[in-house]
Design a protein around this ligand. Sequence first.
Ligand SMILES: C[S@@+](CC[C@H](N)C(=O)[O-])C[C@H]1O[C@@H](n2cnc3c(N)ncnc32)[C@H](O)[C@@H]1O
Length: 339
Amino acid sequence: MSFRNYKEKIDEGDIVILYLSNNLYALDVRPEIKNTKGDMVENVYQTPFGALKVRNLIGADYGSRVELSKGWGHVLQPTPELWSLTLPHRTQIIYTPDISMILLQLDLIPGSVVVEAGTGSGSLTHALIRRVRPHGHVYTFDFHEHRAKIAREEFNEHGLADFVTTQHRDVLAEGFGEDLKAKADAVFLDLPKPWDGVTHAVAAIKEQGGRFCSFSPCIEQVQRTCLALKEHGFQDISTMEVLQNELKVTRRNVPVRDLSFLKHKFEVDKETKHVLRPDNIGDDLCSSDVLEYIIMYIIFIMYVIPIEVYQYSCNKICKDLNDKLYEWIYAHTYIRSAR
Ligand SMILES: C[S@@+](CC[C@H](N)C(=O)[O-])C[C@H]1O[C@@H](n2cnc3c(N)ncnc32)[C@H](O)[C@@H]1O
């Protein structure tokens, strides 16, 4: 029942999301489960960080830390977003970036009546329910009998049965039924041939109008659906692809090179032949020195800066090249000073 309302403590029968080092797992909080022989045994969930006795979660706070033999995790209350990432897949599912756009485009608010086909794994259905509850309703259809049954059971177990009606039906052949004639604020289709469902969608949508949205992976499907929508008098038809680009912000240390040698004139100890760094930097610059420094600065701007920037991406080859270039600049300075 943990989907229904926000809760402080975990109860037996809740679904919890176990968050382990960036991995998410959905757990059914039952102290005992049936083994393959049909006997009731202790429910122990195996994780990469060791076994978790599910019984120990009962009474724990949502958000609290759970200790495992080789680490720890956190137990979170499920949301439609977390459920989409952890649910048992029975079909392809729709994920949060598309779901958020679908909810927006369907103009759904609490109290809306929405028709969905097919139910599939119920990923979108959970988000639709959260948006339209407590006074709205989701009518969801799937022509795969087992999928419709499992989805119905899942909605019941999640405490969402009041907000959703799951039906087993081929909506392209039979439509959405007499009961839903002119009742829906919005219709959503995730079917292989959505264009064949447009007539039924028109019948289900309220007299004053409503919204229709269809989700298709292929542009040919989109094309046919748009033509069908146009034929049936839909306005403001648009096609969109949702691309999410997450920016990961991390702190990195970048080595700071000592480039002060570029500014100084070097001298060579005549006996030891070592390069010396004079105190009177900048004295006695002749015109050939100036030209040489200009060339060095050009090299610096054209090669060293881009390489430094590129080195940000930790490219090993680039780093070697960079080192070679510095070696070359040092060698060049030495030769010049030795002259
Ligand atoms: C891709 S899945 C839907 C996934 C769902 N949107 C989700 O996010 O979990 C498509 C579903 O449509 C169902 N389906 C296909 N044709 C149908 C039809 N004519 N009537 C009802 N359901 C249909 C399939 O059985 C399948 O479960």
